[in-house]
Design a protein around this ligand. Structure first.
Ligand code: NZQ
Ligand code: ZN
Length: 388
């Protein structure tokens, strides 16, 4: 149904040297002491950290730091950040990095106002009452966390990786300088491209068929990834490629594509179990799962959509019969991920069938019964096995 509220209030600074506006934005938000949240050191190697510190110093601002956010960020790191915020009176969170740093920042910003464990909020975001403002400086194109209300946090003790969401988690300002992504490795660049495409595909394959405009936007974003992903791998400093990927990442999951749709995301629910149990890179898990999911859900009812996908996204001859187009489209998806350097099977990541049953149960509880094609835990188990 095309009935929705559209409200994306993240201010975007896009392009080279836009970070020069950081102090203006800190002042606009009345912030005096940011907590800088970042990962394992890439921002120190590529000079972004130095630039931020220089800007803060020149404005006479103090700051605190939470370093070492892990890919697949842990709830324990969030707790550390909350402690710093409370003890040092930080009044804004400045996330610098990829989705892991930004998601950690989102949880800190909200859980700092919550008197018990941050994990409660991950599981029940309705407990969120307030948030510190969040500014992000994006350093890789993938999750689109910079413009959305979602945070994905892991609890390795309970083997859970949960995507939670709340309007107060949406960043107030995000700086997107494509040159900051020049240093992202081939592997992470490729995983990022898959993640962007997966977000689009989760919206594109939908039970809600009236969203023609959103579907055409999906096709454009997918074609941007297909065009620019390989270029970014070949020439990491290609600004046009990095810029298009970066903007595609934001649009893939800022809520625009899902307007008028309400399907739970199948491939993400299936992949998140893999990251939770095996700590693998999100986009890499998706590269394996997506083609297998496509093969599993291709049936009479979905044939038309796969035909649309094949002809409009992969430019497959529309004169071929629908089933051939559908199968070719799936093959092309797999080949594309593989050409980016992604594995095709789970065993290549040392995943075994040991936990498939419990992983399938967990994935199935994430409302997959109402997904584009309803999936039971048995169906998901079959998809894991096919992907093994
Ligand atoms: O930790 P550092 O040293 O910064 O290195 C990171 C990390 O090792 C590196 N990196 C980032 N920018 C770089 C760079 N290396 C060199 N140069 C740069 N400019 O890349 C590695 C991966 O970083 P990470 O932040 O983990 O990657 P990504 O942005 O893919 O985030 C993944 C996390 O986001 C979640 C995923 O599940 C995963 O936990 N997701 C978040 C979503 C959201 N909030 O909307 C939705 C997604 O579907 C996804 O689930
Ligand atoms: Zn994703």
């Amino acid at each position: 149904m095309q009935n929705f509220i559209y409200d994306i209030d993240t201010k975007i600074y896009f392009g080279k040297n836009q970070l020069d506006n950081l102090i203006i934005e800190l002042n606009n938000l009345g912030a005096k002491k940011p907590l800088i949240v970042y990962g394992g050191g890439s921002i120190k190697a590529n000079g972004i950290y130095k630039k931020i510190i220089m800007l803060l110093k020149s404005a006479g601002l103090l700051w605190e730091e939470l370093a070492g956010v892990q890919p697949n960020p842990r709830v324990e790191t969030v707790e550390e950040g909350i402690k710093i915020c409370r003890e040092k009176n930080c009044d804004i969170i400045l996330a610098v990095g990829g989705g892991s740093s930004i998601d950690t920042a989102k949880l800190i910003a909200t859980a700092v106002f919550y008197p018990a464990e941050a994990w409660d909020i991950v599981k029940a975001p309705n407990k969120i009452v307030d948030a510190l403002p969040i500014i992000t400086v994006v350093t890789m194109a993938a999750t689109g966390s910079e413009m959305n209300t979602i945070a994905v946090i892991s609890n390795m003790k309970t083997k859970e990786k949960i995507g939670t969401r709340h309007p107060l988690m949406r960043p107030k300002v995000s700086f997107l300088d494509p040159t900051y992504t020049f240093t992202v490795s081939r592997y992470q660049t490729a995983a990022g491209v898959v993640d962007i495409m997966s977000h689009v595909l989760e919206n594109y394959f939908s039970r809600y068929r009236a969203s023609f405009i959103q579907d055409k936007m999906c096709e454009g974003l997918l074609q941007a990834c297909i065009k620019y992903g390989p270029i970014a791998l070949q020439t990491p400093n290609n600004y046009e490629a990095r810029a298009n990927l970066m903007w595609a990442a934001s649009w893939a999951i800022n809520g625009s594509l899902s307007l008028g749709k309400a399907d739970p995301w199948s491939c993400h629910s299936i992949e998140h179990q893999l990251s939770a149990y095996y700590d693998i890179t999100h986009g890499v898990g998706l590269a394996i799962i997506i083609p297998h999911w496509m093969e599993y859900v291709l049936k009479e009812e979905t044939l038309d959509k796969f035909y649309e996908y094949g002809t409009n996204v992969w430019n497959i001859d529309a004169g071929l019969d629908k089933e051939s187009v559908a199968r070719l489209a799936i093959a092309k998806t797999r080949q594309f991920f593989s050409a980016l350097g992604m594995p095709e099977k789970l065993h290549e990541l040392d995943v075994s069938e040991t936990y498939f049953e419990e992983m399938s149960e967990k994935a199935a509880t994430l409302a997959l019964k109402t997904a584009y094609v309803a999936l039971s835990s048995e169906d998901i188990n079959k998809i894991y096995r096919a992907a093994l």
